[in-house]
Design a protein. Structure first.
Lengths: 255, 250
């Protein structure tokens, strides 16, 4: 990778109070403007690693550097998308999407205007005044994504965002995500346990070993997304090769 | 109420029991049950009387002050108990003891300390109401979705914002349930406090009517107090139903 890393992990280790060692000596630089995926066997600490990058959990050892500065908490340059959506059940879609801006003290008129724009982009304009429990899982995650986009962070951290979403919705959502990100210079760090999802979405895949998780291998699928349709990508030779390569690595950690 | 499988409207059910009461009163076997019609007439005369208005004023004031204090203290302590381990360990047992304790037994001591007057009644209302509010708030806050707190932190929420914008709202269904139970207990607190002091408010009136065997006035007052407690409880229950839609969805 010739580009400078926007997020740099230096020797990250995490041991829980219970004595479980989740991560050991994870060092890696995430390239700017790319979609990188953390992929690994279940329990390898990929979500823990993402939360450490997000500043939500302190690492036991090591440092997180974002845009050339060491960080030890959440920051405006990073926005999080949660696996369980984490929407306020008492607030409408509009208020939920504007919530990040609300916490930052952006005036009401202004933050609702920004929120409306992104609700439009994720295709939920008709549901602005709905409550989360009235929406399907896929729609809820669109709200979560819109909320992360409103704060205009350079880095978007996504923790298995599609895992609570059914398969068909997921495919559509993945395609929309690529569309949404293509025009923006966002760096995305994505956690998933799905090999296909990782290969389909990522510029770069960081394979983690079984617990304690550490960087096992870096894979670049080299899938040409620019000119191909979603279905063509799924039949692309590079795509299929990458899926197979990942499977060969992950297989070692199973059983 | 149900009759041969059909639900009977509340108004009909009430009417039926009013008729039974009226009949028993008219027969005149129990002197403590005068006919309902005469109770209503007595109610009409005492309600506008200066004595009753003054008693109501004093009682409502004691109730309002006592409830306001128990809301502030109850919610604050409940939140602290849920969030701070040392507070929980220090107060937990006591709150549980007091929530089930017969607080009435403490009123004579309160009288000794606070004097025979409104302050004692306010304290009684407070002690009756506060513990259940503490407990329910604690449950609500502890049950709050951790992922919402994490979400707020990830968007840079300050500590107070996590309380005001996430935790309190998240616990609102439980807090309201506690406030409703607290208010019902608070009404008991007013009446019991005033009865034991027996020189102010509705307690004085109860004392006066029963001493002079004014059963019509006595029952009229009972109905007014019961209706008040019921209305307060229903008003809060209405609020509870408005937040219920998200209680289930959390």
């Amino acid at each position: 990778m010739s580009v400078d890393p926007i997020v740099e992990l230096k020797g990250i280790g995490k041991t829980y109070e219970t004595g479980v060692e989740a991560l050991r000596e994870v060092s890696f630089g995430f390239p700017v403007g790319k979609l990188s995926t953390l992929l690994g066997p279940s329990g390898c600490g990929k979500t823990t690693l993402l939360k450490i990058i997000g500043g939500l959990i302190p690492p036991t050892t090591g440092e997180v550097w974002v845009k050339g500065k060491r960080v030890d908490g959440p920051g405006v340059e990073r926005a999080f998308v949660f696996q369980d959506f984490a929407l306020l059940p008492w607030a409408t879609v509009l208020r939920n999407v504007a919530f990040g801006l609300e916490l930052r003290g952006v005036p009401k008129e202004q933050r609702l205007e920004i929120a409306r724009k992104f609700i439009g982009e994720v295709g939920l304009t008709a549901f602005e005044s709905s409550y989360p429990h009235q929406l399907s899982g896929g729609m809820r995650q669109r709200v979560g994504l819109a909320r992360a986009l409103t704060v205009d962070a350079d880095i978007i951290l996504m923790d298995e965002p599609f895992s609570s979403v059914d398969e068909q919705t997921r495919r559509k959502f993945q395609e929309d995500l690529i569309d949404l990100l293509q025009h923006r210079q966002k760096t995305v760090i994505f956690v998933t346990h799905s090999i296909e999802e990782a290969t389909y979405l990522s510029d770069l895949i960081v394979l983690l070993s079984a617990r304690p998780g550490t960087v096992s291998q870096i894979i670049q699928p080299n899938v040409d997304r620019g000119s191909k349709s979603a279905d063509e990508i799924r039949r692309d030779k590079n795509y299929l090769d990458a899926v197979d390569k990942i499977w060969q690595v992950l297989k070692k950690y199973l059983g | 109420m149900q009759l041969s499988g059909k639900k009977i409207p509340l108004s009909i059910s009430l009417l039926f029991w009013f008729l039974v009461w009226e009949l028993i009163g008219q027969i005149g076997v129990f002197s403590i049950f005068p006919p309902l019609s005469r109770i209503i007439v007595a109610g009409m005369t005492i309600l506008p009387s200066e004595k009753f208005i003054k008693a109501t004023e004093i009682s409502l004031r004691s109730f309002a002050i006592g409830m306001a204090l128990s809301l502030i203290v109850g919610i604050a302590l409940g939140v602290l108990m849920a969030r701070v381990k040392t507070v929980r360990e220090t107060l937990g047992t006591w709150v549980n003891v007091f929530v089930s304790a017969p607080i009435s037994a403490l009123v004579p001591i309160l009288m000794g300390v606070l004097g025979i007057g409104e302050t004692t009644v306010v304290a009684t209302v407070f002690l009756f109401a506060v513990f259940v509010i503490i407990l329910d708030t604690q449950v609500g806050i502890s049950k709050a979705d951790q992922s919402l707190i994490e979400m707020a932190r990830s968007f840079g929420a300050r500590r107070y914002q996590i309380y005001t914008k996430v935790l309190i709202l998240s616990a609102l269904p439980e807090i309201l349930a506690g406030v409703r139970l607290g208010a019902i207990r608070g009404v008991k607190g007013v009446v019991i406090g005033q009865l034991l002091i027996s020189i102010i408010g509705v307690g004085e009136l109860f004392e006066l009517y029963s001493k002079h065997f004014l059963m019509e006035e006595f029952w009229a007052l009972v109905i007014v107090v019961f209706a008040f407690a019921f209305l307060i409880s229903e008003a809060i229950a209405y609020l509870e139903r408005r937040v219920e839609y998200y209680a289930g969805a959390r």
